[in-house]
Design a protein around this ligand. Structure first.
Ligand SMILES: [Zn+2]
Length: 388
């Protein structure tokens, strides 16, 4: 008989899965919110892709007064958060909607929190540091990757290059709307990188050292099944509706998993690549995954063997060591077939910066403590060398 460890599982109260749901966002919001002054947080890529206009038309038809902040950039600095919150304040915003990739959703979350209290952003970094409430918050992803629509985390670039996380339950939105139609136009490399990032969320949640629990495990396994089974199809044919729907749902399930059982060394080593080289978040995770999987094998082999059964189906007669190796090989195969760049040198990282990256990765103790195997600065350097 095995006893359950104590655990707490939190997530968003409502997830709506609806093809083309964003086109009737006004109706959807009217069903749940009395607020009428909306701040819509997005980026120019979403606007140029033509995703914004139908949403604005729907909100207008339902009588919402909308202010748009479309200045979100990748690796968003604090200045973007402040600019967004100022604009929201000036507009008398009552409800915040995030529409976009992880950065837009992260900014929307912080905007809603900053509007809800007088606490300065600088005091919010870390785990459980947010003290006030927030405005009503709706999150609509346009990529199948970060899972930000269902997590309690926003990642901001502070100073020049350091990624800092705000992790607090107030950052869970009221509603996550999963409309896979929004992801149809994602270019193949973006589809590959964000999809692999979502798989990393599932894998790291499943092997997380302290907070892994039966609910996060269940979500991580189903996420990995959906993502692993549809990544290549979504990359090969971006218009494949079934694959897009599976990827978006899989990314959200992985987000729910890692919000409760945090990510670890892959993300800790990926963040400096974003900070210094602006390698997109998903791609930086894809580049570090292989080396970290092999490194973690020392402790995580039994769990990798379980995940190999999720990706490849049960294969009787194969022992744990073989199945764990097959899991790593399958992840390598998926990454190779996805078309994503495979080496740090392919994305502009230089040999002589690896020591600096390793030193920076040590700042991500919030994540590194969750890794199944301890990572020292020397280990981090070796992992960057392997990825180079
Ligand atoms: Zn990630």
């Amino acid at each position: 008989m095995s006893l359950l460890n104590t655990f707490i599982f939190r997530t968003v109260p409502t997830i709506a899965v609806e093809w083309a749901g964003a086109r009737r966002l006004g109706e959807i919001l009217s069903e749940s919110f009395a607020a009428r002054r909306v701040m819509l947080v997005t980026d120019m890529g979403v606007r140029h892709a033509g995703l914004l206009d139908p949403v604005l038309a729907s909100l207008d038809a339902s009588g919402f007064a909308v202010t748009v902040f479309d200045q979100v950039v990748a690796d968003p600095p604090e200045a973007i958060v402040h600019a967004c919150a100022e604009k929201a304040r000036a507009a008398g915003t009552e409800l915040v909607v995030g529409l976009g990739g992880g950065s837009s959703l992260d900014i929307a979350k912080l905007c809603a929190v900053l509007m809800g209290s007088d606490q300065p952003l600088a005091e919010m970094y870390g785990i459980g540091k947010v003290t006030g409430g927030r405005l009503p918050l709706v999150l609509i992803p346009t990529t199948a990757g970060t899972g930000s629509e269902v997590t309690n985390i926003s990642v901001i670039t502070t100073g020049e290059t350091t990624k800092m996380g705000v992790v607090s339950p107030q950052l869970y939105g009221d509603l996550a709307l999963l409309d896979a139609e929004l992801t149809l136009g994602l270019p193949v490399l973006h589809t590959a990188a964000t999809g692999i990032d979502a798989m990393v969320h599932a894998i790291e949640a499943y092997t997380s050292k302290f907070k892994k629990n039966p609910l996060s495990d269940t979500l991580a396994r189903e996420a990995l099944r959906l993502l692993g089974g549809n990544l290549i199809a979504a990359c090969q044919n971006g218009k494949d509706r079934a694959a897009r729907e599976a990827m978006l749902l899989g990314a959200a399930l992985a987000g729910q998993a890692f919000a409760n059982s945090p990510v670890a060394a892959v993300h800790a080593l990926a963040y400096p690549l974003g900070g210094h080289y602006h390698v997109p978040h998903g791609l930086s995770n894809a580049l570090m995954l292989g080396p970290v999987l092999r490194y973690n094998m020392a402790a995580a082999a039994p769990l990798y063997a379980e995940l190999s059964d999720v990706l490849l189906g049960p294969r009787p007669g194969r022992d744990e060591a073989v199945r764990s190796q097959e899991f790593v090989a399958e992840m390598e195969r998926l990454m190779n077939e996805s078309g994503a760049p495979r080496r740090l040198r392919d994305v502009g990282v230089t040999d002589n910066s690896l020591a600096m990256l390793a030193s920076d990765a040590m700042k991500q103790m919030r994540l590194l403590v969750n890794n199944p195997v301890e990572v020292t600065e020397a280990d981090a350097l070796a992992l960057y060398r392997e990825a180079f």
